[in-house]
Ligand binder design. Structure first.
Ligand code: FAD
Length: 420
């Protein structure tokens, strides 16, 4: 007999667990199923600190069984496809599962194959990535003896858009403290046009870049890695507009080979791999033409199927993909589903695109970028209680928030569905 749940959630990550926990706090008699294949749930934001040798990887994971909210049914399986017209999905082992409401929250997947040579570079350890193996990033930083340390990110959307630059600042700080600055070039190359789109944060980060002497390369889109010669290739997407900041006395050995192609040899390479929605989502009728889950930006309801909601990294929302964004998305989804169940109508609350990126700028320092769909800087008034009066500036209290406060809030509040 086919399995049925009143509310079926795909994914036991940040978004799936938080949604289930909040729904059950509102009404513990709801019948909720969570489909999640993995045994361990990770607090990924701490991987930046693991990559910088200042956080224990083991402390970032907890057994899924302890995270699934009491009252929800854990279906340990993979979803393979959707049948939204029949209100059902298919799974690998359990077969068909039907629902009244579906919440799609399977996150995103790494797609290193979209950059030539990247799968091999990651497999052989020639490149490191906090997105895949933060412990290897830390060994790469520790073992760096000088030369070019390249930090870069792809042209696809990525989760936590600030993560590729955070590790560049931490590495630059580490090299400085270990007297390696004189014999090294730290390069931050990004396909984007600016270091950060929120103005006060950008101003702080440009000062940080100058302070460390980082070579900042906007409009650099990585497309190929030569692992034998340890060279990374970029397409310079705006050669005429490129306002690269090239530090004096550079020994980068950067070469332009025409057609706006740039080669940079490296001694250390940190890269955020290209990222896409999982295949079973991309191959479904639920996506927009860029391949991400097509939901209304305010209500998070699917644009075609009204009993489907989507949130988290998989959703096609024009804001940064972060856990902090999910913290503000979940109450909207929960409110809408609860009201649909009780009154057959959507709620009036809407998601304003809030997201936040805690940008660590060195050991013991951080600036907190909080913003909405319009790119307005929207600092949380609660920060004043922590005696942080301008979170766009570097502050040691913000570092403490990142290292101790946010993990505590994550495990004890967000995962339990409590208000934060
Ligand atoms: C290095 C790094 C640093 C970061 N820093 C920050 C930060 O400082 N602040 C911040 O707020 N955010 C940060 N993030 C981002 C944050 O961790 C993510 O945005 C968040 O975890 C996304 O939650 P999600 O529920 O959408 O996806 P996930 O948490 O990835 O969960 C998705 C779940 O769906 C499951 N799933 C996948 N496919 C299927 C399937 N076919 N069937 C069933 N289940 C499936 C997966 O197993 C997974 O458990 C960082 C991320 C990384 C990697």
């Amino acid at each position: 007999m086919a399995i049925h749940h009143q509310i079926l959630i795909i994914g036991g990550g940040t978004a799936g667990i938080m949604t289930a926990a909040q729904l059950l706090l509102k009404n513990k008699s709801l019948d909720i199923g969570i489909i999640e294949p993995k045994e361990i749930h990770y607090y990924q934001p701490a991987w930046t600190l693991v990559g910088a040798g200042t956080y224990n990887l083991k402390k970032t994971g907890r057994p899924m069984i302890r995270i699934i909210p009491k009252g929800a049914k854990w279906i340990k399986d993979y979803v393979t496809s959707f049948n939204p017209k029949n209100n059902s999905i298919y799974t690998k082992k359990t077969g068909v599962i039907s629902y009244n409401y579906l919440v799609v929250a399977p996150g995103l997947v790494m797609a290193p194959e979209l950059i030539e040579g990247l799968p091999e570079a990651l497999e052989t350890g020639i490149a490191c990535s906090n997105y895949i193996n933060p412990k290897h990033t830390w060994s790469s930083i520790k073992n760096f003896k000088g030369g070019n340390a390249v930090f870069t990110q792809p042209t696809t959307p990525i989760k936590c858009g600030g993560a590729p630059q955070k590790i560049a600042y931490l590495a630059a700080d580490y090299f400085k403290k270990n007297n390696l600055s004189d014999k090294s070039n730290v390069i931050f190359a990004t396909p984007g046009s600016t270091i950060f789109s929120v103005k006060p944060i950008k101003e702080t980060l440009m000062k940080v870049i100058y302070k460390y002497g980082i070579h900042f390369k906007p409009f650099y889109a990585p497309f190929k890695i030569d692992i034998d010669n340890k060279v990374i290739y970029f397409k310079n997407t705006h050669p005429n507009e490129n306002k690269c900041i090239i530090m004096e006395g550079s020994t980068l050995n950067e070469r332009s080979t025409g057609n706006s192609i740039i080669e940079i040899p490296f001694d250390m390479l940190h890269i955020a791999p290209p990222q896409t929605a999982p295949n079973f989502v991309r191959d479904s009728v639920l996506v927009n033409d860029t391949g991400w889950l097509d939901v209304d930006h305010q209500s998070l309801q699917h644009t075609k199927f009204k009993n489907i909601f989507g949130l988290g990294d998989v959703a096609a929302l024009p804001t940064a993909k972060t856990g902090a964004a999910i913290r503000k998305q979940v109450p909207i989804v929960v409110n809408n589903i609860t009201l649909l169940l009780s009154h057959n109508k959507l709620g009036t609350k809407s998601y304003n695109g809030y997201s936040s990126c805690p940008i660590v700028t060195g050991y013991g320092k951080m600036t907190l970028a909080e913003f909405d769909y319009k790119g307005n800087f929207t600092p949380d008034p609660m920060l004043k209680k922590m005696l942080v009066f301008n979170s766009s500036k570097e502050h040691w209290r913000l570092w403490l928030l990142k290292k101790y406060g946010l993990p505590y809030i994550y495990w004890n509040k967000m995962m339990k569905g409590k208000d934060v």
